[in-house]
Design a protein around this ligand. Structure first.
Ligand SMILES: [Cu+2]
Length: 568
């Protein structure tokens, strides 16, 4: 299969400044890239839901943070107390062991689970959050100590590894609570140069306080770690959770029947790699988690040595890039890499999971929580002859998108699942046309609030949420595209062919099974018409704009001049 990423990088003349002197490479060198265990069966466990009542067959669910009501700065305020630490969870029955994570957990329930600490806030009610740092000194993933971390040659290796900072992604947040990279702090209270607690809300060293005004219109935002030099590792390791802002417009839509549910089914979609049993054959210098734990690339596998091309290369190297970069230094033993793509799909912490729905309109909140992978989504019929596979070209129920990371849309966007990824050249699946047209495209950290119409679907029907975006997007590398029957790419550092019904697979994300039951009383065309009227009216009033429209009345308006919504 073509390996277009390398050509793409060369054409883009990406110069890898700071990379040089790859260690001497002898004959018989083993290659530092690992693929997840290949025996993980698809769609055997359900999507972990919100709260213990929505746990799946192996006990996974997303615990909510415990809300306390306080009065702060003269306003009724929701207070949450969470901690960040290490824990483990069985992610899939076929993984060799529990997977170690870092993550948030509520300080009162101490219910440590993947994505724990989810918050449902209300527009106009500010949130105070304290985060206590319980991180161990040693990271569970490979940390490159040579990344710049400050002036005068300060490097990441000079900082404590157990530093954290919490950033509310998509939140309109005052600067002191923004969790910027230099606002890190450690369990003992050591902290970065711009660290600051909420004025008027002091906490003990080792804990940080954050203030979120919640002036924004309804939307899914999320919070995750943001410490300098290790954000990529900490977020991948699990330090992230959901933060749903609801507002009166949204509750009105629910009470009038125009939205099926206030919260809906969250789908936090991520790609991850898991340490295989034969890790030392695949990645001999791996010295972090045991089989079943998270894997992360740590060796800068260059595209071209000085002696010539590296068939298993993945990234350009300053010395041999065209044109070569200046001032390169030796590659560190543990190296950061430009962006990471993994072979196993995790939704809400469940691997290749399934969900059952009633034959009516259902609300889903999608978040692409992957480090670099884009998803181009079509809901397709499941291939009954090949369970777990999609019938490409046979569309499933229509997805009606009502919102994004910026709140409700001014009108519903209809995704009819009839649009495969547009290609620049039909013979080359690794190069997408970035101009579209698309069905539902989600870049990293983007969100989609969708209502899927299962009305009239026969009980027992099943569908596959199918992704056909190349990784990276739009100019991909065939080694980052995992699907049933894909070519064996081990000779170029990729994965073996994927067996039917098993991982690795980055195309078949989720299986949806429709149960028996009664449908909606309002027909979908009539529902759509009414909903569009509401969305347009809401948009034209300006209330969807978030902070701006409430600026004049909000007691915290002074912060507005100092902060700006962080976008993605
Ligand atoms: Cu973010």
């Amino acid at each position: 299969m073509a390996n277009n990423r390398r050509d793409f990088l060369k054409k883009a003349a990406v110069a890898g400044a700071g990379m040089a002197l790859y260690p001497a490479l002898g004959k018989g060198r083993a290659w530092a890239f690992a693929q997840s265990p290949t025996g993980l069966r698809k769609f055997v466990t359900s999507v972990p839901g919100l709260g213990p009542s929505a746990k799946n067959e192996i006990g996974q669910y997303i615990p909510l943070a415990t809300k306390h009501s306080v009065n702060f700065a003269g306003r009724a305020t929701d207070l949450y107390n969470v901690a960040v630490g290490k824990f483990s969870e069985q992610m899939h029955p076929d993984l060799p062991a529990r997977t170690e994570f870092f993550g948030y957990t509520d300080l009162f329930t101490f219910d440590q689970k993947y994505l724990a600490g989810a918050i449902v806030g209300k527009r106009g009610t500010p949130v105070l959050m304290t985060v206590t740092n319980l991180m161990p000194e040693r990271h569970i993933l490979p940390v490159d100590p040579t990344i710049m971390a400050g002036p005068n040659g300060l490097m990441v290796g000079d900082l404590p590894t157990n530093r954290i900072a919490t950033h509310l992604h998509g939140g309109a947040t005052p600067w002191f609570s923004d969790g910027t990279p230099f606002q890190w702090f450690t369990p003992l209270g050591k902290h970065g140069s711009s660290f600051m607690n909420v004025p008027g809300f002091p906490v003990l060293p080792g804990t940080a306080s954050y203030y979120y005004p919640n002036d924004q219109s309804a939307r899914l935002v999320w919070y995750h770690d943001h410490a300098i030099g290790i954000t990529r590792l900490n977020a991948y390791a699990g330090i992230a959770s959901a933060f749903i802002i609801i507002d009166d417009f949204e509750t009105g839509l629910v009470s009038s029947g125009l939205l099926p549910d206030l919260i809906g089914i969250p789908l936090v979609i991520q790609d991850k790699g898991f340490v295989p049993r034969n890790i030392f054959r695949q990645d001999p210098t791996w010295r972090w988690g045991d089989p079943g734990s998270l894997w992360y690339p740590h060796d800068y596998e260059v595209n071209d040595f000085r002696s010539g091309p590296n068939p298993k290369g993945r990234w350009d190297w300053g010395t041999t890039a065209d044109p070569p970069s200046q001032g390169t230094k030796p590659l560190p033993h543990v190296s950061a890499i430009p962006e990471a793509f993994f072979d196993t799909i995790v939704i809400n912490g469940g691997i290749y999971s399934k969900v059952s729905v009633a034959p009516k309109r259902m609300r889903f909140r999608l978040l692409n929580g992957s480090q670099a992978r884009f998803y181009h989504l079509n809901l397709l019929a499941e291939d009954q002859a090949n369970p777990g596979e999609a019938r490409v070209g046979i569309p499933g129920p229509v997805m009606y998108q009502v919102g994004t990371e910026r709140g409700f849309l001014p009108a519903v966007a209809i995704h009819d699942n009839k649009t495969p990824i547009p290609l620049v050249n039909p013979a080359d699946e690794t190069n997408a046309n970035p101009d579209g047209p698309f069905n539902l495209l989600l870049a990293s950290a983007e969100r989609a609030d969708v209502v899927i119409d299962f009305n009239g679907v026969a009980a027992g029907s099943s569908f596959i949420l199918y992704n056909d975006a190349p990784g990276p997007f739009p100019g991909g590398d065939s080694r980052n595209d995992y699907f049933t029957g894909c070519a064996d790419q081990t000779s170029i550092g990729g994965a073996p062919s994927t067996a039917l019904g098993h991982g690795a697979n980055t195309r078949t994300l989720l299986k949806i099974v429709v149960t028996a039951g009664s449908g909606d009383t309002v027909s979908t065309p009539s529902w759509l018409k009414q909903l569009n009227v509401q969305l347009k009216t809401n948009f034209l009033t300006g209330t969807n704009l978030g902070c701006c429209s409430t600026m004049a009345i909000h007691p915290c308006r002074r912060f507005r001049l100092l902060a700006w919504p962080t976008g993605r």
